[in-house]
Design a protein around this ligand. Sequence first.
Ligand code: IPM
Ligand code: MG
Length: 370
Amino acid sequence: MAANKNLLMLPGDGIGPEVMRETRRVIEWMAKKRAVSFDVTEDLVGGSAIDAHGIPVTDDTVEKAQKADAVLLGAVGGPKWDNLPFEQKPERGLLRLRKELELFANLRPAVCFPALADASSLKRELVEGLDIMIVRELTGGVYFGTPRGIETLPDGQRRGVNTQVYTTNEIRRVAAVAFELARKRGNRVTSCEKANVMESGVLWREEVQKLHDESYKDVELSHMYADNAAMQLVRAPKQFDVIVTDNLFGDILSDEAAMLTGSLGMLPSASLGAPDATGRRKALYEPVHGSAPDIAGQNAANPIATILSFAMALRYTFDMGDEADLVEKAVKDVLEKGMRTGDIMQKGTAKVSTSVMGDSLILALNNLAA
Ligand code: IPM
Ligand code: MG
């Protein structure tokens, strides 16, 4: 018998619990209809952990995350915790999980579903058929570099410091993930940095090129300054296949890419560690969107990004590509039927709540499996 599949669920704050509730129904559907069951444990992260324990993630939760086959996270943060000191903010819980689990490779696919091409702020012909994979470095760079902090200078001014820093290995391991993915897709990688102004960018470019020449000559590699990449993403996004970039540029470029697809409410992500001796890699799956406090608790959020994040878990952690395809197909069907949460609303479509979107997805899954 196959080992149990352990899933740690961290719904978090804002719309996190609502979108996770609908995802849970998809997980239960898998158990009922596909005979694949998951051992699901729920825990707290972000503001909800602060309220319960005074800190954004406890050691116990981090340990559970280390042991789980996959972590599924909703969203963290909200106005209630905005005034806390920096180190205690909800976001620190998520950053600690990424860092301690060493989830250095963040996969953020930006796929435009045909039914949503008109929901994009760009023209249909620019985004129709779009399928980009952004690979963002997630445990290094300016997010974690030291020295960092805010200090008061002798003359009374204050000085804020962060450090952008990358080592050879940090660059090579994330670039390798990008090359491997490219081989299974369009076989093209665009590496983005600011080598024109930053030494860390020069190193980035050199190391990516070296790794390419050593081991991935079959993959087409190009380099692009990150500002140009931002421009090209809205000018002609379909020129890209896989984009690999650092933590901060990846944060920005992935939000931009998300909007090409119609809404931030559609985008899943996977954060992966290095494979261990048995080939298992630690993994955390989460939507790219945030906690959306303005619509939290109203049953209005789009659960699709989180449900697609679960589909990524099926594909990358559980090696269940067929089931992942099924979930993605169900999303496509529901969108084609004109079901829309507020964020992807268009003329001639029906505005539905979070839970009705969940109902429709279960119905679509039933139809596909029938
Ligand atoms: C993201 C988010 C996070 C980040 C925040 C919530 C810390 O914007 O996952 O893109 O900046 O990495
Ligand atoms: Mg972001």
